[in-house]
Structure formats: C-alpha cells, structure tokens
Design a protein around this ligand. Structure first.
Ligand code: CTP
Ligand code: CA
Length: 225
C-alpha cells in the first residue's frame, strides 16, 4: 500500500493515542486479556505522524508497533497503567484518540504464587477498572478534543450515542461487526462516525490505514471550527 501523504496538516498538533488490549494479571503466569491487535490505533499513530503531528502512543501488549520513527511509544500492560499514563499526558495534548480495548474488570487480588489446580470449580473475584475515557472527558479543556471508539453487537447507534455523551467525546467511531472483514484482527474496517449534533457519517469497508485517514480528517475538520 502506498501513502500519498496529503500535506503536513497536523504540524504543530500534539496527539495522544491509546491502543491495544490490556492484560490484567491473575497470578505470576496468568492474565485476563482480550483479542485486540492494536492495529487500528497503531495505524492512527502512524498516519498522524505522517501528517506532521507530535504523537504519543500509550500501547498495551501488542505484537505490532508503529512504523514511523517519530511516534513516542509508552508501553503499558494493565488498564491502571494505561490510565495513569493517559491522565499524566492529556493536559499537554491537543487531542486524544482512545482506540484501546481496555479491560473493564481486573482480578480483585493478584496471587503472589502460581495458583495450584484443586477442586472442580474456581471462582475469581473481579473489580472495576478506571474508565480512562470518562476521566479524560472530565479533564477536557476548551480547545482540546477527545475521540472514542465503540464496538457494539446490538442497538449499536444507541449505545454509541450514550458513550459519546457520557464520556464527553467530540465524536465516536462506531465499528461495525455486521460486516465480515471488520473489527478485531482484521486488516479492514467499516466505520460510522457519530457527532455531538446527532449527525452521522457512514464510510465504506476499507483498509485500517485508509480508515485512519478518514478519522484524522474528521478530527482536522473539528480543529478548523
Ligand atoms: N475506554 C477507556 N477506559 C475504559 C473503558 C473504555 O478509555 N476503562 C474507552 C475505549 O478506549 C473506547 C470507549 O471508551 O474509546 C468505549 O469503550 P467501550 O468498552 O465500548 O465502553 P464501556 O464504557 O466500557 O462500555 P461497555 O464495555 O459496557 O459497552
Ligand atoms: Ca468496555
């Protein structure tokens, strides 16, 4: 795939990104994770850097990493580590794009030794993780932007609209799971963008690189307003 980079239309802008899954430890050798590859968020980091932005990527455990050398990567493992890094950096940034698949819950306690196999059943107590998006939404200052993602299986638009408002996003990128070839571990994605004024834009199924350009263009349009 070739990139004919438009212009340096994000020059001077500082963009913070979260991407990838989080791993929540159970004991020294086990964790609770999810199937996020980090592909979409990493594609966004690369695309923003190519367009001249100063990019910091807070990245959960992913096999992938950005191609562009001038993307600063902060590697984290758990939701709490991602939360800490994102809250520390957001005040210095013009926008944050939250593409990470953050674990909603973590084990209540982490066993210091490997848990031994015993009875027929095992219960794990889980507690809620911090909501990075909601906290950044609270911190957001005039002139700053916040962009989120949603992946829903039912009542997609209604759920996404709720998240847009609850988390104080400027827009939310809704991933369609209805189309094969979209979502986790695919190279392509089909999105809709929902805005605060209830406007919605539907996009075609395309490569995650092309989707990244569409999302950045929507963000640049906000910067101009
Ligand atoms: N998000 C986050 N921190 C969390 C959970 C979610 O920053 N602890 C962000 C995601 O990166 C995404 C958006 O919030 O941009 C929506 O994530 P999602 O999991 O769809 O929303 P939840 O509020 O966790 O709702 P649910 O999983 O119940 O649908
Ligand atoms: Ca969630």
């Amino acid at each position: 795939e070739q990139f004919f980079t438009q212009s340096q239309d994000l020059k001077g802008k500082k963009i913070l990104l979260t991407a990838g899954p989080t791993y929540e430890p159970i004991d020294p050798v086990r964790f609770i994770g999810n199937r996020s590859s980090g592909k979409m968020g990493i594609a966004l980091a690369d695309a923003a850097a190519r367009r001249g932005a100063e990019v910091t990527l807070v990245l959960g455990p992913s096999k992938l990493s950005p191609q562009e050398k001038n993307v600063r990567v902060i590697n984290v493992e758990t939701a709490r580590e991602m939360h800490e890094a994102a809250l520390l950096h957001y005040p210095q940034f013009d926008a944050a794009i939250l593409a990470a698949a953050v674990a909603d819950y973590r084990p209540k306690t982490v066993a210091t030794e490997k848990i031994k196999k015993k009875g027929e059943e095992l219960q794990l107590d889980l507690v809620k993780n911090p909501d990075i998006a909601a906290d950044l939404g609270q911190m957001k200052k005039p002139g700053q932007f916040l962009i989120g993602f949603a992946l829903e299986t039912n009542d997609e638009e209604q759920h996404a609209q709720g998240k847009l408002e609850r988390k104080n996003f400027d827009f939310i990128v809704l991933n369609s799971l209805r189309d094969s070839g979209a979502g986790f571990n695919h190279d392509t994605n089909k999105i809709s963008i929902l805005f605060r004024d209830n406007k919605k834009r539907d996009f075609e199924l395309k490569s995650k690189h092309a989707v990244a350009e569409d999302i950045l263009q929507a963000m640049i349009d906000l910067f101009k307003v």
